[in-house]
Structure formats: structure tokens, C-alpha cells
Design a binder for this molecule. Structure first.
Ligand code: COA
Length: 161
């Protein structure tokens, strides 16, 4: 679907709080951190939202140039983060989210396209994105965008007592 009025641009430091707000809302049902908290409670007194929001700080620290936002009517409504590996030339999309209420309109696809363009521009030959088995949208969208499944991973956690 076309998404008129949506522009993709590099993030600015003033966008960070809204990126984090979108993140903690968007990952409620599709986050390893949330799954762990549901099963075991808070880890070291930290809330899953706090840990997930910190991933954004980590992505920005890893590659500030690789944080792109989708803006609609002057408001940040989604984002994607990208990291690069100059040796393997495999780029990676660690995080991607679109604001609730504006999903299914093509904004996520547009962010992925922009991320792929950026990776190519920076010399990457391949791009990687991961999703959880519980994430029906990711399982549908990424193959549709040309990503091929290469592996499935299972995360285990044990309480140490
Ligand atoms: C994943 C996400 C970024 C996609 O953004 P978006 O703007 O909705 O993406 P698009 O509109 O471009 O495409 C969504 C596709 O998923 C489809 N979809 C929506 N709900 C679905 C469902 N429950 N099961 C399968 N497919 C679904 C849409 O129909 C659309 O596919 P289509 O173009 O073939 O019709 C967004 O859904 C989101 O923020 N989700 C929560 C956070 C998240 O999962 N992030 C990614 C972690 S890997």
C-alpha cells in the first residue's frame, strides 16, 4: 500500500523519547524481555519496558546514523534501527516498530525498504532481521519483503536458586 504523507528521515536526539514510547507499547506482545517477566517476574528489579527501551540507547550508541524515523503530519510514528558489519558486510535490523493505530498501512514496509537502501549504500551485501515465532506480522512481512528464513532459535531461561 502507498503511504502518502509519510517521510523517512534520520532520527534527531529530540526523537528518542517518542521512539522509546513506541517501543514499549509495540513490543508488549512480541518481546523476549516481556516473556521472561511474565514467567519469572522482574529481573534484578528491572521492568521489561526499561530493558527494552535501553535497547534503543544501545542501537543509537552502536550506529547513530542507522536510526531512521517515519514522520507523519509532523509526528514520529515509527522507526527502524540498523547496525553494520564492515567485515562480513551483513547489516542487521535490531529494532523496528510502528505506532499502534497506524499499522497495516505500509509504514513498516517503507521503513524496511529505507533500511535496506541504507545498508546497501553503506556497502552491505546482505541484511538480517529477526522475529519471534509469536510475531505473526513479522513472519508474514519479512518474507514478503524478500528476506529468506535461515534458522529458528529457542530461548530458555532457568531460575537459579
Ligand atoms: C512489525 C511492524 C513494524 C510492521 O509495521 P506496519 O506498518 O504494520 O507494516 P506494513 O503495514 O508495511 O505491513 C504489515 C503486514 O502485516 C500484515 N498483518 C497485519 N496483522 C497481521 C497478522 N496478525 N498476521 C499476519 N499478517 C498480518 C498486514 O496485512 C501487512 O501485510 P500486507 O501488506 O501483505 O497486507 C508493526 O506491526 C509493529 O510495530 N509491530 C509491533 C512491534 C514489532 O513486532 N516489531 C518487529 C519486531 S521483529
Amino acid at each position: 500500500m502507498d503511504t502518502p504523507g509519510v517521510i523517512i528521515r534520520p532520527y534527531e536526539t529530540s526523537d528518542v523519547e517518542v521512539i522509546k514510547e513506541i517501543t514499549v507499547e509495540a513490543f508488549e506482545r512480541v518481546s523476549i524481555d516481556k516473556n521472561i517477566e511474565d514467567r519469572f517476574g522482574k529481573l534484578g528489579g528491572t521492568d521489561w519496558r526499561e530493558r527494552k527501551a535501553k535497547h534503543i540507547d544501545d542501537d543509537i550508541a552502536a550506529n547513530p546514523e542507522g536510526v531512521l524515523v517515519a514522520e507523519y503530519r509532523g509526528e514520529v510514528v515509527g522507526y527502524v534501527t540498523i547496525t553494520l558489519d564492515a567485515r562480513t558486510r551483513l547489516g542487521r535490523i535490531p529494532n523496528l516498530a510502528v505506532k499502534a493505530g497506524l499499522r497495516g498501512l505500509g509504514i513498516g514496509s517503507k521503513l524496511i525498504e529505507a533500511a535496506c537502501e541504507y545498508m546497501k549504500f553503506r556497502g552491505m551485501t546482505h541484511g538480517k532481521i529477526e522475529t519471534l515465532d509469536q510475531n505473526e506480522v513479522g513472519l508474514h512481512l519479512y518474507p514478503k519483503m524478500g528476506f529468506e528464513e535461515v534458522a529458528r532459535q529457542v530461548h530458555f531461561v532457568k531460575k537459579l536458586s
